[in-house]
Design a binder for this molecule. Structure first.
Ligand code: NDP
Length: 492
């Protein structure tokens, strides 16, 4: 036996290759016990007198008391936004507006770790994602729109762009800070002031953002944050002093909002649900495609409106692809969102978990085959194991309804025409993915897919310069890019 062999012989044989825990420290975040409403640059106690507790979905631990804004509170916020609009913000030199936006972007970068920890704590998403996706993209949105603030005349030549006034913005819980950035950055760049309502379950990063607003010395009233549940959103939509509503959330609420603003003259953009097809052709690089599928549906626990929740696989590669996919699933680490090695975090709320469970049950009842990798879920908090359904019928609920959880439905096709027909066979039209080595096939598919965004050989990629938005029941209007400025402008 050589010396090397002897050394190896003595070395302990590792039986478990899992990572040691690598939790991110929570110390960087200091939470207040209770938060008021951020109106006119001040913290106000809600006149409604109501509040609720926001929790960590991973542990169910209470984090802070949050104000439930009533109609009177919303009216105060709109008044503050109107005042700030009229008293200076709308007349400010555009290059000055840009300075504030650049400042906000830089502060977000400087405080990125604090925001990332808070986002994971309150929302349940893995710190790896809030650190590497949500925060960089939120800052990038402010940088991007800061650049446009003094170039609107060039962005829309000969159209004399003017701001609209007060924008009422309602955002969901899946990307709280990023959605805030998508809404606030273009609105301010265009010269509007805003009243924003974060989702009931994830208000904390929007409340920390108020600190950034103050630090950037943004004039009081330009950004107002009102917290609360759907009633607060509804009050904002109804308020006659609001000139534009920007909403991201469920198709159901989007439709109700559209009915409410009909005939009022308020401008409206809706970014709603999706049931995206991720189409894998038999000439695709399979290992790369597997990573794209994983990122497409398990990113942010599948709480993604553009998630690749319907996998369309060419029949000839169905078996090897599903085998590879199942193997890859066994390596996903589900657990503590603040652990840097976690891939899949907590489900955002009990309500969302119930909805996922109900739809998954119908999947089995309707005859689809379910696979979940062996994984031990924490006892407290809201958790759902990454799930794949095969043998899925096109008409089944898991193939047609938005599950908004870590659940993938696999269907097959034989020809590109069939793939296209199945991909477009949905009430939604937000996003789609195509995996093939042939550029001509990518273009052929992209031209025919009824989806606002089509990714080729990748999935869930975002860039502030690239417009994002839907067709059909996924809504209308675009966020990002020049297209994202237009809904906040009128043209003389
Ligand atoms: P909602 O559409 O209810 O929530 C989105 C935002 O709208 C939240 O801030 C919410 O407040 C607010 N809101 C609720 N009711 C009203 C109303 N009547 N008028 C104005 N604003 C309102 O989505 P949910 O959180 O209930 O999620 C339900 C389903 O919607 C999910 O399972 C998923 O399928 C889909 N969804 C899609 C999203 C997307 O990005 N496309 C994002 C989130 C959800 P509050 O949080 O207090 O309810």
């Amino acid at each position: 036996m050589t010396e090397l062999e002897r050394t190896h012989d003595r070395a302990p044989v590792p039986s478990d290759w899992s990572y040691a825990p690598a939790p991110e420290s929570r110390d960087i975040v200091s939470l207040r016990e209770r938060y008021g409403l951020f109106v006119g640059g001040e913290w106000l106690e809600p006149r409604s007198g109501e509040s609720y507790t926001t929790i960590s979905p991973a542990t169910e631990e209470p984090l802070a008391e949050i104000a439930q804004a009533g109609e009177e509170d919303v009216a105060l916020a709109v008044e503050a936004a109107r005042g700030a609009y009229a008293d200076g913000w709308s007349q400010l030199a555009p290059s000055e507006r840009a300075k504030y936006l650049f400042r906000i972007a830089r502060i977000l970068q400087e405080r990125a770790r604090e925001f990332a920890v808070l986002e994971s704590l309150n929302g349940g998403k893995p710190i790896r994602e809030s650190r590497d996706v949500d925060l960089p993209l939120a800052a990038a949105h402010f940088f991007y729109y800061a650049g446009w603030a003094d170039k609107l005349e060039y962005a829309f030549p000969n159209r004399r762009p003017q701001p609209l006034g007060v924008a009422g913005q309602i955002i969901p819980w899946n990307f709280p800070l990023m959605m805030l950035a998508w809404k606030i950055a273009p609105a301010l760049a265009a010269g509007n002031t805003v009243v924003l309502k974060p989702a009931e379950t994830t208000p904390l990063s929007a409340l920390l953002f108020c600190d950034v607003v103050r630090q950037a010395e943004l004039p009081p009233g330009v950004v107002n944050i009102v917290t609360g549940d759907g009633r607060t959103g509804a009050a904002l939509v109804k308020h006659p002093g609001v000139d534009k509503i920007a909403f991201t959330g469920s198709t159901e609420v989007g439709k109700a909002i559209q009915r409410e603003v009909a005939g009022t003259g308020k401008r409206l953009t809706l970014e709603l649900g999706g049931k995206a097809a991720n189409v894998i052709f038999d000439d695709a690089a399979l290992d790369g495609a597997i990573e794209g599928i994983i990122n497409g549906i398990y990113f942010n626990q599948g709480h993604v409106c553009c998630a690749g929740s319907r996998l369309l696989v060419q029949e000839s590669i169905h078996e090897p692809l599903v085998a590879k996919l199942k193997r890859r699933l066994t390596t996903l680490r589900v657990g503590d969102p603040l652990d840097k090695n976690t891939d899949v975090g907590a489900i955002n709320s009990q309500g969302q978990l119930d909805q996922i469970r109900e739809l998954v049950e119908t999947g089995t009842e309707e005859g689809a085959e379910m696979y979940q990798p062996p994984c031990r879920l924490p006892e407290r908090g809201y958790w759902f194991a990454p799930t794949v359904f095969t043998n899925v019928a096109q008409s089944s609920r898991i193939a047609t309804e938005e599950i908004f959880g870590p659940v993938l439905s696999v269907l097959t096709f034989r020809t590109p025409e069939e793939a296209l027909e199945k991909a477009n066979n949905t009430a939604y039209g937000l996003s789609a993915g195509v995996w093939t080595e042939k550029g001509s096939r990518i273009l052929w598919m992209a031209q025919r897919l009824r989806a606002g965004v089509v990714w080729a050989n990748t999935f869930n990629r975002f860039d502030p310069s690239s417009p994002f938005g839907g067709y059909k029941e996924s809504g209308f209007g675009r966020e990002g890019g020049l297209h994202g400025l237009e809904p906040y402008l009128r043209f003389e």
